[in-house]
Design a binder for this molecule. Sequence first.
Ligand code: PEP
Ligand code: MN
Length: 338
Amino acid sequence: MIVEMRRGATQEQIDAVVARARKLGFEVQLNIGTDKVVVAILGSDTGRVATETFEVLPGVESVTRIMRPYKLASREFRDERTIVHIGDIAVGGPKVVVMAGPCSVESRAQIFATAQHVTRVGAKILRGGAYKPRTSPFSFQGLGDDALELLNQVRKELGVPVVSEITDADHLDAMMNAVDVLQIGTRNMQNFTLLRAVGQSGRPCILKRGLASTVTEWLQAADYLLAAGSTQVILCERGIRTFETSTRFTLDVSSIGVVKHNSHLPVIVDPSHAAGHYQLVPTLARAAIAAGADGLLIEVHPDPVNALSDGLQSLSFSDFERLMGELKAIAAAIGRSI
Ligand code: PEP
Ligand code: MN
């Protein structure tokens, strides 16, 4: 942590900063410049102390952290890349993993037809919402337990792993019996009770980025999962809220590189919720693979026009098939495969 003293700060004020740091068990280094003094506070665990601890002291101009506020998700903590294993599928390795399926599970026919189509053209994991966190309480909320039962049937009968969103820690037991990967949605990225419960379960999980969260906050949320004992965490960029209104959210492609630089966790991209429109989904999906994402989470529906949720952003079977062909070419161009 770096404490910058005000110009003209007194020796007494500087001494007070030094004394407080030493009292907390830290080492101190002083940099006495011509017009101001900077105090470097050193220790492997300065993260346990809030910056305000020093900001409140008289004569202090600013306090800046140089240690990252997240630990377990950081490359400093673990330099080797984490590979998340879902059955025999590895997320974070050389292969790009595509996960696809409807926003919500609607019927046995719908989920089986989608599973068969998306796996035939190269998707490895089926997505399907059972409990839907909708912005309006009057929108379709998902089939709940009935959807879990259908997901369980499809994974058993077709042998395809499934991912579904968990919205409440009370659903954990039921979901553990029905799905292979637990998704934490954008609106729950900072639901710390849920993060702890999912982390303790040890089940592979996908942590979506909060729609108004920084990458640092996202990695701090990942720390909750890792601190609870999980090692199987996949990050998912799904767009953030900006001033732009022509898309549902703004896909932050740079976050892929920022995460790869700062964290050992795999990162995938959901182009569907960012785009908000089926015509734009391929553009974002292609950009994500080119930028180095380890996978994609894409909404696909057998009949998007009549979907009960997110039909406008869902790809038809033929659009998904075409996109998969393009993605394979892009993956090959950067030395990966799908
Ligand atoms: C979803 O994947 O269906 C979903 C609701 O996504 P998000 O949490 O990113 O909005
Ligand atoms: Mn959706």
